[in-house]
Design a protein around this ligand. Structure first.
Ligand code: SF4
Length: 202
């Protein structure tokens, strides 16, 4: 019988080799980006990797990663340790390219989200995280359904699989949402939830 980590390794090999979206005609850069071991107790789920994530071959690599890891540091997680011990993935795992208007990256289409969804299901089943941090609207909708960002960030609730869901906004510097004082309060509330849950993991 295969161990959890062997099964996850096999899934990772499959994800890296996946060309489903390309074959369906979407202009992605194939090569799934994710990180973390089967023993992870926390899973971060973003929208999709950006170009710097492809270059560095790791999720949340550049400026959005800096802000995300600032928040996680406030919740008591060291970045290097978090990257080594916890799991990071996305709704779609390949870089979707620039948006047609040239401003920022293209949001993955519903069809791409559907093509990639079985991989996230299998990651969730094999890692079995106790805490899930969906980052950004697309990932938040996957776990909480259609909900406004301001109604989701700052909440922490267990789903029907007893996993804590603690949403965070996308940490991109381009996001104006982050700068509003009332939203800063929500982010601080989310960090407090994460700090409490982090303590409960020890
Ligand atoms: S985004 Fe997901 S489904 Fe699409 S090619 Fe990449 S790994 Fe495959």
């Amino acid at each position: 019988m295969l161990s959890c980590s062997q099964t996850l390794d096999a899934l990772h090999t499959e994800m890296r080799a996946c060309r489903r979206c390309l074959e369906a005609g979407f202009s992605i850069t194939p090569g799934a980006i994710f990180s973390g071991p089967a023993s992870a107790r926390v899973m971060i789920v973003g929208q999709a990797p950006g170009v710097t994530e492809v270059e560095a071959q790791r999720p949340f690599n550049a400026s959005s990663g800096r802000r995300l890891f600032q928040w996680l540091a406030e919740a008591g997680w060291d970045e290097d340790e978090f990257r080594l011990t916890q799991y990071m993935t996305a709704i779609t795992k390949c870089y979707p390219g620039k948006s047609p208007g040239g401003k920022g990256d293209r949001a993955p289409s519903r069809a791409e989200q559907k093509l990639c969804a079985p991989f996230l299901e299998r990651e969730l089943a094999q890692v079995a995280p106790e805490i899930i941090i969906p980052v950004g609207g697309l990932a938040i909708r996957r776990f909480l359904g259609k909900v406004k960002l301001a109604d989701a960030v700052g909440t922490a609730a267990q789903d029907n699989a007893d996993r804590w869901i603690v949403p965070l906004p996308h940490p991109s510097g381009a996001s104006l949402w982050l700068n509003k004082p009332e939203n800063q309060v929500l982010i601080q509330r989310a960090i407090e939830h994460l700090r409490r849950l982090n303590r409960s993991l020890r």
